[in-house]
Ligand binder design. Structure first.
Ligand SMILES: [Zn+2]
Length: 416
């Protein structure tokens, strides 16, 4: 009876390792064993069980070893946590295993990965094996299968993500990859071109595999130059909402009072902030990421919690030193800002947003709507900025400290 391939690997690993080591005077026998099993796995569908399994494996092994010293290009590096030169991420079967325990772990991992690959969807399995088992480039696979390069990349990404998930390698512990939520934290800073160094590299790595984040930051980069701020000395504020992603990006420019003074005031006034103080207040349903200054540095903040409300006051800014911008990102754990579809007219959506700042300010609100949106109507607003991947309905004006600014809009999405 023909066994599943996982069993073959388990039963023949020791034998095959010994076979390869006997024939090899030098070189990385572990790499070869790995490669032989990968080739065997690819051919296993056509293998008929006649009781001569080791003979069949030995032929694959001999061919592989013959090619080992003659071929020009090595197999692509298999790495679970390092991006390759195409920006893709490969699965890693450790090479420098020294102890027998480590080797056993490695063999176990090969077995697990092959098992997971055999369960992937057909497209993912095909793309993955062409890319990482046969070593074809992204553009070769694209031509061979007649699918766009972007699809090849996304299918390998999904395959790797599935393998990782099943191997229990969480997205968070990978050094070189960001999750969407981690990217949200720096998205605005990135769009403002303030992100630098290693963080910028990993952020851009994320965008190669995440279309949603890439679309948002492209839209932001288009939108920011169109935003009109007040005089350099006025308090200015903006809020940009991506309702589908529950993302609320804000920035404000102000003089920042001395933290020690604020603290003294709060101690004397039952924890209340002095009027006009810049702080990042939010309700419990908002998750606030870091607050950044205008150079892109995350600010150290003191956090005050009162019933259902959180205030953050930056501790590191000098008293009246400068009129500074700070930027922040909120993740909203509720649907209050989603646009709604009209019950009477399917395809007609509407939404709104409001601010109340408690200070005199030049304020701007931007509400992202899908790029397919047509016939955008603004009830209390100025118009629409078309930013290619999104459109932004917006309103901007000076508001008094007891004033509210409100943006109401509707748009049509045609059935396609
Ligand atoms: Zn993302």
């Amino acid at each position: 009876m023909k066994q599943d391939f996982e069993t073959v690997v388990r039963e023949e690993m020791a034998w095959l390792s010994a076979y390869v080591r006997r024939k090899l005077s030098h070189g990385a026998w572990e790499d070869l064993v790995q490669e032989i099993f990968i080739k065997a796995f690819r051919a296993y569908d056509d293998y008929e069980e006649t009781g001569k399994r080791r003979g069949w494996l030995a032929r694959i092994a001999d061919n592989t070893m013959k090619n080992y010293f003659t071929r020009q290009a090595p197999m692509p590096t298999l790495s679970l946590d390092l991006p390759d030169e195409d920006g893709d991420t490969l699965f890693y079967l450790a090479k420098d295993m020294e102890t027998p325990e480590e080797r056993m772990l490695e063999q176990e991992q090969i077995r697990q990965i092959l098992q997971i690959v055999s369960r992937l969807s057909k497209t993912q399995r095909t793309v993955f094996s062409l890319r990482y088992m046969d070593g074809y480039s992204v553009s070769d696979i694209s031509k061979r299968l007649g699918i766009p390069e972007g699809t090849v990349k996304s299918q390998s990404y999904y395959a790797i993500r599935n393998i990782r998930k099943e191997l229990g390698i969480s997205e968070q512990i990978r050094r070189d990859m960001m999750t969407c939520k981690e990217y949200y934290d720096v998205m605005l800073i990135h769009a403002l071109r303030l992100l630098t160094g290693e963080k910028k590299k990993t952020a851009e790595e994320h965008l190669k595999t995440c279309k949603a984040c890439a679309d948002m930051v492209t839209a932001l980069k288009n939108l920011i130059p169109k935003m009109q701020f007040g005089e350099d000395t006025t308090f200015s504020h903006f809020a940009i909402l991506f309702p589908n992603e529950h993302l609320w990006l804000t920035g404000c420019r102000s003089y920042f009072p001395d933290y020690e003074k604020i603290k003294r005031y709060m101690d004397e006034h039952d924890g209340a902030l002095p009027r006009g103080t810049i702080n990042s207040g939010s309700d419990d349903c908002f998750e606030l990421y870091n607050i950044y200054d205008e150079k892109g540095n995350a600010l150290d903040c003191e956090v005050y919690r009162t019933k259902g409300h959180i205030d953050r006051v930056p501790k590191t800014l000098p008293y009246f030193a400068k009129n500074l911008w700070i930027y922040e990102t909120f993740y909203m754990d509720w649907h209050g800002f989603d646009y709604k579809e009209s019950k009477e007219a399917p395809g007609l959506f509407y939404g709104s947003m409001t601010n109340n700042l408690g200070v005199d300010a030049k304020s701007m609100l931007f509400h992202a709507v899908p790029k397919e949106a047509e016939n955008i109507r603004i009830k209390r607003g100025n118009g629409v900025h078309d930013c290619s991947t999104y459109k932004f309905a917006y309103v901007d004006r000076y508001v008094a400290d007891d004033d509210r600014i409100r943006l109401d809009y509707s748009f049509q999405i045609r059935e396609t």
